[in-house]
Design a protein around this ligand. Structure first.
Ligand SMILES: NC(=O)c1ccc[n+]([C@@H]2O[C@H](COP(=O)([O-])OP(=O)(O)OC[C@H]3O[C@@H](n4cnc5c(N)ncnc54)[C@H](OP(=O)(O)O)[C@@H]3O)[C@@H](O)[C@H]2O)c1
Length: 250
């Protein structure tokens, strides 16, 4: 196997765990984020793995909020490899924000990163894959795309928007032999928000990455992670009565 994957937001959490899991499976890797010292450390860790002997690891600083720069950065990173097979649009942020509580900028920032930045990443990947007539785009959305959550209006909106973008892209890109996988994580222990321990069915980033890889390798259109219990709960999320939130503290 000589597959190459690019992962955005590889400096921590899910992106970092996914890079290590792909490293264990012998992928050449292109890594992006803003904290480049972390990407350099990850590169060294990856190249020290026996499975990565003879493999290529490159990184590039990329702020996905700068959507004008994203296509140029993606082209530059893709150009460092003989061929790229998979692009994972993972970079994202989350923050509790109240509607009408003076947090417009925080909400807009989240939309810029999670939706506009993710769309710019997928678009750049699709342009490259269209020319190749082959490729696989993986978008890290969220189960929060399915259910409205108080104090998460902007975050839910970004993930609902990104999920829809991925679903529509999947139909559009199929004829170019480009596969699209939408990943819907539940709660994964990372630094994305404080006190992750309070959330139910929390899994480590390593477990999430292992499960995500199974969906990616099978090129599934949707992957719920962790599968238990969220696969069974997923159909209920879209129809959850809003009154239930009276009993849930966020
Ligand atoms: N953890 C969960 O429970 C959970 C659940 C559902 C979905 N997700 C999604 O999973 C993805 C990864 O989140 P995580 O939990 O692994 O969080 P994390 O540990 O905070 O990692 C976020 C990653 O995104 C990068 N990033 C953030 N803003 C960026 C920007 N403007 N430009 C470029 N990179 C940026 C960060 O890199 P730099 O700061 O170095 O740039 C970091 O590598 C996100 O899309 C998140 O919404 C997470």
């Amino acid at each position: 196997m000589n597959q190459t994957a690019i992962i955005t937001g590889a400096s921590s959490g899910i992106g970092l765990a996914l890079a290590l899991e792909m490293g264990r499976q012998g992928y050449n890797l292109g890594l992006t984020a803003r904290r480049t010292e972390r990407l350099q450390a990850l590169k060294e860790q990856l190249l020290a793995m026996p499975s990565m002997a003879g493999k290529q690891v490159e990184w590039l600083a990329m702020d996905v909020q700068d959507t004008a720069q994203v296509p140029k950065s993606m082209t530059a990173l893709i150009g460092k490899f003989a061929q790229v097979d998979v692009v994972v649009a993972n970079a994202g942020a989350n923050q509790l924000t109240g509607v009408g509580k003076g947090q417009l900028q925080e909400q807009l920032d989240m939309i810029q990163t999670n939706l506009l930045g993710a769309v710019a990443t997928v678009d750049a990947a699709a342009e490259y894959f269209r020319a190749r007539k082959a490729g696989h785009i993986v978008g890290i959305s969220s189960l929060a795309s399915l259910t409205p959550i108080p104090k998460q209006a902007a975050y839910c909106a970004t993930k609902a928007g990104f999920s829809m973008y991925l679903d529509a892209s999947a139909i559009e890109l199929k004829r170019y032999n480009i596969h699209v996988t939408k990943i819907l994580p539940g709660f994964v222990k990372t630094d994305i928000v404080d006190n992750m321990e309070q959330f139910p069915f929390l899994v480590s980033a390593e477990q999430a990455a292992r499960e995500m890889m199974q969906h990616i390798r099978k090129r599934r259109s949707t992957g719920v992670v962790p599968g238990y219990p969220w696969r069974a709960v997923k159909p209920l999320l879209a129809n959850m009565p809003s009154g239930l939130w009276r009993y849930i503290k966020i």
